[in-house]
Design a protein around this ligand. Structure first.
Ligand code: ATP
Length: 288
């Protein structure tokens, strides 16, 4: 095999709680991760000349070791002393610095692709171990589907699939640094934590309405204080028929779950007209 084409899928967080902080500064989390059918397209081609050539359709994205996809290819090439080279093209569709794990999912796809192209026979667990050295969300991006992520995000428990309902994904015209959000998070006795346990019960029962009502993200307080447009988008989507709307990850992207595709489409159209969000997609949850 000399070439492979992959879809690197985005994630949303149906629930996100932070329970503490490790001595090394990493936060301890309890997150419900969910893959959505919004993806970057990745093409990987083996070359006779050694080295990594990375291109993307976004001029502002790094094309060197600062790109997580490049890092993923490099880790594998060095460890397995690969003598051939690799050409990678990423066509980005997932909004960048948005709380959708765009970089992590590209890295996961490249790890997967390197394993296939160079017939390395790494198991899923072995790929996840290498993914964790790139970022805490990479093991989940390799796993996909619905999962509980604990520890720093790397302890994964597969959950039953959530019904493949329509979802509107809306990013306002701002970018948020994950590091900034965590730096400004204050955990004390007054902190209102989302009810992750109820969310887990609803998912295990397959109860979409209840699940939507228990969705919560502790980081909303931090990001919304700085960018109130996030709360405006949430309110807008809730007033336009969503089961519920929530910020994903550290933001600023908001997602909203719907029961009917037509309702999701008309809410997205109305949101476009409002001018509150810059990038708006209508898609569905993705199950493995
Ligand atoms: P998370 O949800 O994991 O916090 P995010 O969606 O907020 O991630 P990314 O889209 O992964 O954020 O981008 C964060 C930063 O990572 C950007 O500033 C970007 O320059 C850098 N980056 C490195 N590689 C990539 C990539 N392949 N795609 C997008 N961004 C990348």
């Amino acid at each position: 095999m000399d070439e492979i084409r992959l879809k690197a899928l985005a994630k949303i967080n149906l629930g996100l709680d932070v329970t503490g902080c490790r001595e090394d500064g990493y936060h301890l989390v309890r997150m419900i991760m969910q893959t959505v059918h919004l993806f970057d397209s990745i093409q990987m081609v083996k070359t006779e000349n050694p080295g990594i050539q990375l291109t993307t359709n976004m001029r502002f994205l790094p094309a060197d070791e600062h790109n997580l996809a490049y890092k993923a290819a490099k880790i594998i090439m060095e460890e397995f002393a690969v003598t051939q080279g690799i050409r990678i093209h990423i066509r980005k569709c997932i909004p960048v610095a948005a709380g959708l794990a765009g970089g992590s999912t590209d890295a996961a796809a490249v790890l997967y692709g390197m394993n296939q192209l160079f017939a390395l026979k790494l198991t899923a667990k072995e790929l996840a171990q290498r993914g964790l050295t790139i970022g805490a969300d990479v093991p989940y991006c390799l796993m996909r589907g619905t999962a509980l992520a604990e520890g720093i995000g790397e302890k994964l428990t597969r959950l039953p699939a959530v019904p493949r309902c329509p979802v509107v994904i809306a990013k306002p015209g701002i970018s948020v640094s994950t590091a900034w959000v965590y730096q400004h998070l204050v955990l004390d006795a007054q902190t209102q934590h989302p009810d992750i346990n109820s969310l887990l019960k609803d998912i295990r029962k397959g109860d979409l309405q209840q699940m939507a009502s228990h969705m919560g993200n502790l980081l909303e307080d931090v990001t919304i204080k700085e960018y109130p447009v996030i709360a405006q988008i949430k309110d807008f989507l809730n007033r336009h028929g969503a089961l519920n709307a929530l910020m994903s990850g550290s933001g600023p992207t908001v997602f909203a779950l719907f029961e009917q595709l037509e309702d999701a489409r008309s809410a997205a159209d109305a949101l476009r007209e409002s001018g509150l969000a810059k990038q708006i997609y209508v898609t569905t949850l993705f199950n493995v």
